[in-house]
Ligand binder design. Structure first.
Ligand code: DAH
Length: 344
């Protein structure tokens, strides 16, 4: 029996020595020390021993038990320590790593140009007005002296939502909405920045959606010279004190007379370069004296009041000003493009 106990001890210690995980350790503990374990099994045979042998074997059995217990405990302790170590390793934080810097945002070049233009006109006493992007046929065309079937409607291919509703093709309808809201009061001095939509195929200079800024002034004795002076002042603030303007006769249904306005090329000073295609001039806006029909539809008597209006494309001005060669850059959300305007 003593030999059996010794053999059990040797076997148990050897197996426990090689144990590689807590589960295995527990299995061995049950196998040797458990109620139905092998040690208990051997001790069950003690009943057949003599009274002298019993305490001796009992002592040996106790020694075997404590030897096994000892190594089980030591192994258990080692596993706990290992687990703590593993966890510390996995959750290790390197406090010397540099922090993640927040990217600093910038104002989009289109917003920047709109803000700049707004500031200039606000400085001249204008108010900023807004209107809906989904517009009725009446405000977008008819009230601007473009009756149904008027050939000039073809100049602006439109996105119609219903027979009567469309995405506005221009910011000009805000002229009429503002006049109606003013209920015949004067003077009216507004600019209106906003999105407009046209059924154009996108390319380097066209986009189905772009931005315009509209201007409208109504009062008594407003003349063409007021329009010219206002625009002169505007371009000098926008493009530099030496900038000149030139008016060319043109046609818009809502103005009479109508003009196309060029600024002297701010890149070459008018000498001719690639930007101005060697002409020395850049076309930047349309303008004119408000047509009597438009005044009337807006609730102003053309015999008493007159006014001027102008409209410009924000993308075109931003492209000229910053030397941007493709309108699609504005909408691509390409960070390397937008970042260039951070400190401008
Ligand atoms: N609405 C015109 C367009 O989209 C631009 C324009 C021209 C607006 C002359 C005006 C104006 O107010 O007087 O092409």
């Amino acid at each position: 029996m003593k030999e059996k106990l010794e053999a059990l001890k040797i076997e148990a210690l050897a197996k426990l020595q090689d144990v590689s995980n807590p589960q295995e350790l527990n299995d061995l503990r049950v196998k040797y020390l458990g109620k139905k374990g092998e040690l208990t099994e051997v001790l069950r045979g003690m009943g057949g021993l003599s009274a002298e042998e019993r305490p001796i074997i009992g002592q040996v059995a106790n020694l075997v038990r404590s030897a096994i217990e000892e190594i089980v405990e030591a192994k258990q302790e080692a596993f706990v320590q290992q687990e703590t170590l593993n966890r510390l390793q996995a959750e290790k934080v390197d406090v010397t790593l540099p922090g993640r810097r927040l990217a600093q945002g910038g104002i989009h070049p289109l917003s920047r140009v709109v803000q700049e233009i707004e500031d200039i006109f606000i400085g001249m006493g204008y108010r900023v007005a807004e209107g809906p992007e989904v517009e009725t046929d009446y405000y977008n065309f008819e009230a601007l002296n473009l009756p149904k079937n008027h050939p000039a409607r073809d100049m602006q291919d439109s996105f119609y939502l219903t027979d009567d509703l469309l995405m506005r093709t221009q910011t000009s309808p805000v002229q009429v909405r503002t006049m109606q809201a003013m209920k015949g009061e004067a003077p009216v001095k507004i600019i209106c920045p906003g999105k407009v939509f046209r059924r154009d195929d996108d390319d380097a200079t066209h986009s189905f959606q772009f931005h315009q800024i509209e201007g409208l002034v109504i009062g008594r004795d407003i003349r063409m010279s007021d329009l010219k002076g206002t625009l002169q002042q505007f371009v000098q603030e926008m493009f530099g004190a030496n900038t000149d303007i030139r008016l060319r006769p043109s046609f818009f249904p809502f103005t009479e007379p109508s003009v196309e306005v060029d600024v002297s090329c701010f890149k070459c000073g008018g000498n001719g370069c690639r930007l101005c295609k060697q002409t020395g001039w850049l076309e930047i806006l349309g303008a004119g004296m408000v047509h009597p029909n438009v005044l009337e539809m807006g609730g102003y008597d053309p015999a008493e009041y007159s006014g001027f209006a102008f409209g410009m494309g924000v993308e075109r001005i931003a492209m000229l000003k910053y030397g941007i060669d493709d309108i699609r850059h504005f909408y691509s959300n390409d960070m390397s493009f937008v970042k260039q305007f951070r400190g401008v």
